[in-house]
Design a protein around this ligand. Structure first.
Ligand SMILES: C[C@H](O)CC(=O)C(=O)O
Ligand SMILES: [Mn+2]
Length: 339
């Protein structure tokens, strides 16, 4: 009997989902969600500010609760799931990585813009030194062609990454574009390949299936889609779909559905859905976590947030350039004043 294909899921509702909740998680919420994910046998649970360790700031949004309390809380209620943390070099430092590891985090996901893998070297080395399973996370992967992604993935592999992810931060990729990127990596790098989707064009599931078909074995999902913009691939749906495809995740389908319905849905301030702003994120190729900042700038300058997002896409703005959002809004407002 042929062995069933297997993918390992990393649940990101407690990190990417932090964007959707404006980083307002409480210890009690994290305990309940992490406990539910652990009982559903989800292999990895990512916990941190939406922009990774040390992300709590004026620029990225202040956390209600110190993220290390959230990490500690998740570790305390998980005896199966491993806790992961995300770190963007320049936002987080080795100091925060060590603190997370000492609290029990077992995986480090070092995230850079897709053409800046070289800035991940120090933190990948540090994570490996700390004995953590280490992931290279190439954000905004729609902005680089497959050859460039392979080049950058090779750098992360050379620094010691155990896994390298294609990350569709803007939710802008089409299924065929996912296939070409993952296939190119599969043919050229020697470590596991992962994929992280956003649902801004309602393609998260299709793109995730394309990634698996092309050879990705590490997949991100989020319970109730909870993530930046229109959210990520919905974990409970993904588990059901992969089961129907005969692909093993090891995750309990019913327990994931109950967690989504009974625990996560009640804490959402608004349903996680494809709004006009999140749709434009995917259409224009803009970093998903810009949605809330663009909405606030639109209200401040009496603009349509979609106009700000389209202009940010035209300027190919990337993560870390959140300050450009207000600049663009001010320019558009001035233009509007004079027309
Ligand atoms: C910091 C970003 O939110 C990381 C991520 O989830 C993405 O790029 O997508
Ligand atoms: Mn994301």
């Amino acid at each position: 009997m042929t062995e069933r294909q297997k993918v390992l899921l990393t649940e990101v509702a407690l990190r990417d989902g932090s964007h959707a909740l404006s980083h307002q998680y409480t210890v009690q919420q994290v305990e309940k969600i992490a406990k539910g994910l652990n009982e559903a046998k989800v292999p990895y649970i990512e916990v941190a500010h939406g922009d990774g360790l040390a992300g709590s700031s004026l620029q990225y949004g202040r956390s209600k609760t110190n993220e290390f309390e959230l990490i500690e809380a998740a570790v305390a209620v998980t005896d199966f799931s491993k806790v992961a943390v995300l770190l963007i070099p320049g936002i987080g430092t080795v100091k925060e990585l060590k603190q997370a590891q000492q609290l029990g985090a077992k995986m480090a996901r070092i995230a850079t813009h897709v053409t800046e893998a070289d800035v991940s070297a120090q933190h990948i080395y540090a994570a490996k030194e700390l004995g953590m399973e280490t992931v290279g996370f190439l954000m905004m992967s729609h902005m680089a062609e497959p050859e460039k992604i392979v080049e950058q993935a090779k750098l992360m592999e050379s620094y010691g990454a155990d896994i390298v992810y294609v990350v569709d931060s803007a939710g802008a990729l089409l299924p065929n574009q996912v296939t070409t990127r993952i296939k190119a990596m599969k043919e050229n790098i020697g470590v596991e390949i992962g994929f992280h989707a956003h649902n801004n064009l309602s393609l998260a599931m299709a793109n995730t299936l394309a990634a698996i078909e092309a050879g990705a074995t590490r997949i991100d999902g989020s319970v109730r889609c909870l993530g930046a913009g229109a959210g990520n691939t919905q974990t409970e749906v993904l588990v059901g779909v992969l089961d129907r495809m005969g692909i093993e995740t090891g995750v309990d389908f019913y327990k994931m559905m109950d967690l989504a319905e009974d625990v996560v849905a009640p804490i959402l301030p608004v349903p996680q859905e494809i709004t006009k702003n999140s749709l434009v994120l995917g259409y224009a190729g803009v970093y998903s976590s810009f949605a809330l900042h663009a909405q606030r700038a639109a209200e401040k300058f009496n603009l349509d947030a979609r106009d700000i997002l389209i202009e940010l896409g035209n300027r190919k703005v990337v993560g870390g350039q959140e300050d450009m959002i207000v600049d663009v809004a001010a320019e558009l407002a001035k233009v509007k004043t004079f027309v």
